[in-house]
Design a protein around this ligand. Structure first.
Ligand code: ADP
Ligand code: MG
Length: 238
């Protein structure tokens, strides 16, 4: 399961309110993209959901349970970091198994999950390599593998492709979409890239200065943008 609801969630850093009270529902299994210009609060919102930042007010529920006071490791969500967050001295196998070793999961179960994730990600032949011996796309897949093995209720991606070159970005975009089809797990994907938003999302959340301008499917936003900001951002003809 992976239904996430935000009820009047707000965030201030000192005196500065970065996220005014905000309501949002993410359905189980949905691929939701948070899109908006740099500095609009996308990462902050994702970090609040992940528990990497504390809310200044409001409530976050995951499958009906109040998660607001639950620490990140216990929320059942997995954040996918950019590929450079891998440990260079560890093999691919150890990198992918890392969260399971930390959780002291039974070693046989660790192996089972690592091998299942490697198969999904086409990394089976690379498990004994170090990250430095992989291509950029393979490294990104290892970073995703480290999230998959946790069998999370939802995956949280923060601009995972922004340090890849353009051609690789297109390929990884398709791979992540395929992965979503295969796992059917809730995914929240943050990007400032309109093309990523329009091609990957079931539901797009357009953010501007910490508030939601519009929520809808790519087609709805394209056909019926609520204002010129959304139209301009989505590239709608309106
Ligand atoms: P985005 O990911 O959309 O580019 P962020 O969520 O990183 O935006 O930032 C939103 C706003 O919050 C920015 O104005 C940023 O400067 C501010 N901000 C983010 N993190 C902190 C922090 N730890 N302390 C103070 N201000 C922050
Ligand atoms: Mg950001």
């Amino acid at each position: 399961m992976g239904r996430i609801t935000l009820d009047k969630v707000r965030k201030a850093f000192g005196e500065v309110e970065v996220i005014p009270p905000l309501d949002l529902t993410i359905e189980d299994g949905e691929f939701v993209v948070f899109v908006g210009p740099s500095g609009c609060g996308k990462s902050t919102l994702l970090r609040l959901i992940a528990g990497l930042e504390d809310v200044s007010g409001g409530q976050i529920r995951i499958d009906g349970q109040d998660a607001t006071m639950v620490p990140p490791a216990k929320r059942g969500l997995a954040m996918v970091f950019q590929s450079y967050a891998l440990y260079p001295h560890m093999s691919v196998r150890k990198n992918i198994a890392f969260p399971l070793r930390m959780a002291k999961l039974d070693p046989a179960e660790q192996n089972r999950r690592v091998e299942a994730a490697a198969e999904v990600l086409n990394l089976t032949d690379y498990l004994d390599r170090r990250p430095g011996q992989l291509s950029g796309g393979q490294r990104q897949r290892v970073a995703i593998g480290r999230a998959i093995v946790r069998e999370p209720a939802a995956f949280l991606f923060d601009e995972p492709l922004s340090n890849l070159d353009a051609a690789l970005r297109v390929g990884m975009r398709l791979e992540i979409s395929e992965l979503h089809k295969r796992l059917k797990t809730t995914m929240i994907y943050v990007t400032h890239d309109q093309v990523e938003a329009m091609t990957m999302a079931d539901k797009i959340v357009v953010l501007r200065a910490g508030h939601i301008e519009q929520v809808g499917s790519p087609l709805e936003l394209y056909r019926e943008p609520r204002n010129t900001f959304v139209a301009g951002f989505i590239g709608s003809p309106k």
